[in-house]
Design a protein around this ligand. Structure first.
Ligand code: AHR
Length: 677
């Protein structure tokens, strides 16, 4: 099902007949077709002609629980299956240490949310032979030098009062890096906490967390947790290295919680926000549509705090009554409770502490309301062939606009599905999704040039990626992405927001049973200890951190092209071969200081001497800067072992003028900073 969805998303490239010709298509494209292979490409910028404001919201992030994005990803929790709910049959991801016996016990629940526990029979424990339980984390427990780990768990004993010894040790148990003792365990459920601190050790990840005892008895456990230091030291927080990679991109917003994760495989597995807030021991958790259990320790408030930490605006996806098993709730009275739930969710995010849900947020630890300007009704509702989205969207739209008239409301029916767009209401934005090959991205990189400028609805490209490379994109992926980004940026007067998907992948086990990756080609990879940005990550970082706020008119001549054979759609006849461009560009200017950012992508395997002509600029400084990302081979990429193989390089450039020539390396993405004051 998911595969079918992705395949569909990747191949649907429907003609955009809904649109009239735009002003931009006449003045703002690389408009002349391919020229003779020898003619020098000419890129023309008219600095006297601003075609629109570049959207300050163009570059954001999209996230959902896929590829172990939160659990085993950005959520810093180290214990896998800490609530034992991943399977009611056996204590998945838990092992015994010594001669203990462990089972999942439904007779001793901690509460109604965590309605089972792990029972450890330590009858054979002795001073000489301690027994216990062990957890190997998400493909390892990372150990770093001089680091504090906060452990906590709920326990109750029978004929047992402790002590319990907590430790982080190597997988074979031969090296104990740190340990702590918890002395008195009572017969009632209680929470216990301890701090473990490492000394001077080498960083490693093939480790486990172990709780042992040398006294016989029976102990039940629930919510066994271990946190290393987190970003901004937030309790229940995020992984600093991954957060830093994101912070470096300066993203404007975060689209969450999905994606398919919002919808769920069935109604009981949707993202039910009310079950993801409050004390983590009161969150029941649910199965992600990507095949594994989520404790929901990373819930609505954690998403919002993630936004707060990185100065991003939340773009909240609200459940719209459609699940991945293609069931839907018809518009009308049966949908009302879900509309109400959405209104309450918005109140939880934005309401002051006098409101019911604002007060709940304060109780959960965050009295200050969050800024929210944009919400999305559902996800990819074009899969709902019943046509029910029209009515469902209208019902949510009307109720939300009545209570929150300033909120921008996004429809999931983008113009890539022109026959299905919502007609009874005018959404503020439509969300379009594109998963494509490198060539397909290049072939469509100019599409937005011809979108209507008179349409009231703006574009949110809420999921897009050049799907080349696994687990993370290779340089072909980065080139396809960069070509596509020039098109979005050049048209960011109407393409208001965009975000690549998926954002994360745990690369520990990319294939086989129980793998850590469900979707190949993801922007950022990590294992338990390290993380890295793909070439596509660096391409995006260049785009999102170097741009102006006004879009300049551009034109071109002699853009090189090559022939490409698109693949056949669903076993049909292959379409005719077509010419695709090899050079892409756009120009924006910072109106405060006059710097022009010229972005040029050379997708060809040969160097290109380009002639840049800038008209109507009062003055052009001869010295500027070039930031270049390039690779020798399309398959070149970054990895855990080689995180910095492909990273941008900055150089000072001289002899810039209103008419200069620059050689673009083969397979390269360049940002030229040109000072015009
Ligand atoms: O990004 C992966 C999936 O692709 C998303 O969950 C879904 O919205 C799309 O089909």
């Amino acid at each position: 099902m998911r595969f079918i969805r992705s395949a569909l998303a990747a191949t649907l490239t429907v003609a955009l007949f809904l649109f009239t010709n735009s002003a931009a298509s006449q003045t703002n494209t690389a408009s002349t077709p391919a020229a003779s292979p020898t003619a020098k490409p000419v890129l023309q910028i008219d600095a006297g002609k601003v075609t629109g404001n570049a959207s300050p919201m163009l570059y954001g992030l999209m996230t959902e629980e896929i590829n172990y994005s939160y659990e085993g990803g950005i959520y810093a929790e180290l214990i896998r299956n800490r609530t034992f709910k991943a399977s009611t049959q056996n204590p998945m991801f838990w092992n015994v240490a010594g001669e203990a016996a462990i089972t999942v016990d439904t007779n001793q629940p901690l509460n109604t949310a965590l309605n089972l526990s792990l029972k450890m029979d330590a009858g054979k424990a002795s001073e000489a032979s301690p027994v216990g339980i062990a957890n190997g984390g998400y493909w390892g427990i990372p150990v770093r030098a001089n680091t504090k780990y906060r452990a906590s768990f709920y326990a109750r004993g029978e004929n047992f009062s402790g002590p319990l010894v907590l430790s982080i040790q190597s997988a074979d148990g031969k090296t104990v890096f740190t340990s702590a003792k918890v002395s008195r365990i009572t017969g009632e459920w209680r929470k216990y906490e301890a701090t473990l601190k490492t000394g001077k050790v080498q960083p490693s990840k093939d480790n486990r967390f172990v709780i042992t005892t040398s006294r016989p008895g029976v102990v039940w456990f629930q919510n066994v947790s271990l946190f290393p230091p987190t970003y901004h030291d937030r309790p229940n927080g995020t992984r600093p290295d991954i957060m830093q990679l994101l912070a470096d991109m300066k993203p404007a917003f975060l689209r969450f919680p999905g994606g398919n994760y919002l919808e769920g495989n069935r109604m009981s597995e949707r993202f039910n926000w009310k079950e993801t807030i409050g004390d983590v021991s009161q969150r029941p958790g649910h199965r992600s549509p990507w095949g594994y259990w989520s404790t929901d320790g990373f819930g609505l408030l954690e998403f919002l705090e993630w936004c707060e930490d990185l100065h991003m605006e939340p773009v909240l996806g609200i459940f719209a009554g459609y699940t991945l098993d293609r069931k839907y709730i018809e518009a009308g009275p049966r949908l009302d409770p879900y509309v109400q739930e959405a209104l309450e969710e918005i109140e939880y995010v934005t309401g002051d502490t006098k409101t019911r849900w604002g007060a709940q947020r304060a109780k959960d630890g965050h009295p200050k309301a969050f800024k929210l300007t944009c919400i999305e009704i559902g996800n990819e509702d074009w899969f709902d062939r019943s046509g029910s989205y029209e009515g469902r969207f209208a019902q949510f739209f009307d109720a939300i606009k009545a209570k929150y008239p300033r909120l921008q409301v996004v429809s999931t029916m983008g113009y890539e599905h022109p026959t299905q767009v919502v007609r009874s209401r005018v959404p503020d934005l439509v969300d379009e999704h594109y998963y494509r090959s490198q060539e397909d991205m290049q072939a469509h990189a100019l599409d937005y040039d011809s979108y209507s400028r008179t349409n009231k609805t703006r574009i949110f490209c809420g999921e897009w990626a050049t799907r080349v490379g696994s687990p993370t994109p290779n340089f072909a992926g980065a080139l396809g992405d960069a070509a596509w980004m020039t098109g979005m940026e050049r048209n960011s007067d109407i393409v208001e927001m965009s975000c690549y998907a998926p954002l994360f992948v745990n690369v520990s086990q990319t294939s086989g049973q129980g793998r850590s990756m469900q979707w190949a080609t993801d922007l950022i990879g990590y294992d338990a200890l390290k993380s890295y940005g793909s070439p596509a990550y660096y391409a995006q970082k260049m785009f999102s951190t170097f741009h102006g706020d006004e879009i300049l008119a551009t034109d071109s001549k002699n853009i090189p092209a090559r022939q490409w054979q698109p693949s056949a759609f669903r076993g049909g006849d292959p379409p005719p071969p077509r010419q695709i461009r090899e050079v892409f560009f756009d120009a924006t200017r910072d109106r405060k200081n006059g710097t022009i950012y010229l972005k040029v992508v050379n997708a060809a395997g040969s160097a290109q001497k380009i002639n840049v002509q800038i008209r109507n600029a009062p003055k052009i400084a001869s010295e500027g800067e070039a930031i270049t990302l390039w690779a020798e081979d399309l398959n070149d990429t970054n990895s855990i072992e080689q995180p910095d193989k492909i990273v941008p390089r900055t150089e000072q450039v001289r002899s810039l003028s209103s008419n200069f020539t620059r050689e673009l390396p083969p397979y390269s993405i360049t940002v030229l900073k040109i000072k015009t004051r």
